[in-house]
Design a protein around this ligand. Structure first.
Ligand SMILES: O=C([C@H](O)CO)[C@H](O)[C@H](O)COP(=O)(O)O
Length: 211
């Protein structure tokens, strides 16, 4: 069954916890976004895992160097999954995966900014990543001409476990899952909705109707 990951790009632990209190029944993975972790530190990871021990807590570290060290810190703080950038060297990805194995946790490789996302996804899975995020970041999404269809097409070609992040919403989530993504990542479509619970519920239902 494909998973729904909420990407929380709010800026306080209080707001993040309040959001998850509304949407918890509909989501599988709770992502603490990079800006949130920069604002609140890894304490937000610890607080979220304490509040939702049965959910997967995803720390979007976007590590570029010192893979083993940064991943180890986040796993100790309570993360189940951490991100390392696909743009980083193989040694950085391998280091984070080593920390993941030591903790019995996983590493997700984020392809933001990578020119050939499909090739890097295949390489990252060969290195031992749990799955790879085919990702167009917020700045890329706001660039004229952006379409999530690029990521959907890449997911269909990748042949390895991938998630899609970058403007997932109720209009495209079925296509995301039909393309083979094992995780749909939705940020603004949930936290920016007038009724986040209703938005998360609709996304969940749309995913389950495909998967
Ligand atoms: O990972 C993200 C970004 O780098 C800021 O942290 C976003 O959470 C991701 O792009 C998903 O965002 P939405 O487009 O709002 O779904």
């Amino acid at each position: 069954m494909a998973k729904l990951q909420v990407a929380i790009d709010l800026l306080s632990t209080t707001e993040a916890l309040a959001l998850v209190a509304k949407i918890a029944p509909y989501i599988d993975i709770i992502e603490l976004g990079t800006p949130l972790i920069k604002q609140e530190g890894l304490a937000v990871v610890t607080a979220m895992k304490a509040a939702y021990p049965d959910k997967l807590v995803f720390a979007d570290l976007k590590t570029m160097d010192a893979g083993e060290l940064e991943a180890d810190i986040a796993f100790k703080a309570g993360a189940d999954l951490v991100t390392v950038l696909g743009a980083a060297g193989d040694a950085t990805i391998a280091g984070a995966i080593k920390a993941g194995k030591a903790h019995g946790k996983g590493v997700v490789v984020d392809t933001i900014g990578v020119a050939d996302r499909v090739k890097r996804a295949q390489e990252a899975i060969a290195l031992g990543a749990e799955f790879v995020e085919l990702h167009a970041g917020l700045d890329e999404q706001w660039t004229a001409g952006y379409s999530i269809q690029v990521l959907i097409d890449e997911a269909a070609k990748a042949g390895v476990p991938v998630s899609i992040a970058g403007g997932v919403n109720i209009n495209n989530v079925a296509a995301v899952i039909k393309a083979g993504a094992i995780v749909a990542v939705a940020g603004a479509a949930i936290y920016g909705a007038e009724d986040p619970a209703a938005a998360a519920k609709s996304l969940r239902e749309a995913i389950d109707a495909v998967a």
